[in-house]
Design a protein around this ligand. Structure first.
Ligand code: ZN
Length: 166
């Protein structure tokens, strides 16, 4: 009896194994096409006194990463490792005095958990410096955007809105 039980178990296991293998096969066959990785590190930094001046150097030092990496990341010229993102998140959390999810800083196709950066950092609602010209007039893609309702300074309405069929 125990032998036949074992056979049953083996047979079931084999079926499950095939199932898993098959599922794995299905999951890995399509190409993993990622959307562009959008980051708003600079926009969070602009909200913090400590990083308003010499921000890249200071943040790099606080996060124990190289300044050139932070700079390239901010300019969208590198895909950071997860460990690096965590270090940067911890450094920013310390200045913000609140926990933030790394997906608030860097997100595929700019799909951040909290839409507006001001809400994320607890700002009452501002516009980034780049949104206003020397006469205090709102310019470019920020025309029509109320303070506190922008996603990133590069994509005020969000990356997807900026790149949808409009
Ligand atoms: Zn703000």
């Amino acid at each position: 009896m125990p032998i036949s039980c074992n056979r049953c178990t083996d047979a079931t296991f084999t079926v499950i194994s095939y199932g898993l293998f098959f599922n794995g096969f299905m999951v890995h066959t399509p190409k993993q096409v990622f959307g562009p990785t959008i980051n708003r590190l600079a926009d969070v930094m602009a909200h913090l006194d400590r990083y308003a001046f010499n921000g890249v150097t200071r943040l790099a030092k606080d996060a124990r990463v190289s300044a050139s990496s932070v700079s390239r990341l901010i300019n969208g010229k590198m895909n950071p490792s997860f460990a690096m993102v965590v270090r940067l998140t911890i450094a920013l959390e310390k200045q913000l005095g609140r926990r933030i999810d790394p997906r608030e800083l860097i997100a595929e196709t700019g799909n951040f958990l909290t839409k507006f950066v001001c809400d994320l950092v607890g700002c009452n609602g501002c516009l980034p410096e780049s949104a206003v010209d020397e006469f205090g007039q709102v310019k470019g893609s920020f025309v029509g955007i109320s303070p506190g309702t922008w996603v990133t300074s590069k994509y005020p309405r969000g990356y997807q809105s900026a790149n949808s069929n409009s």
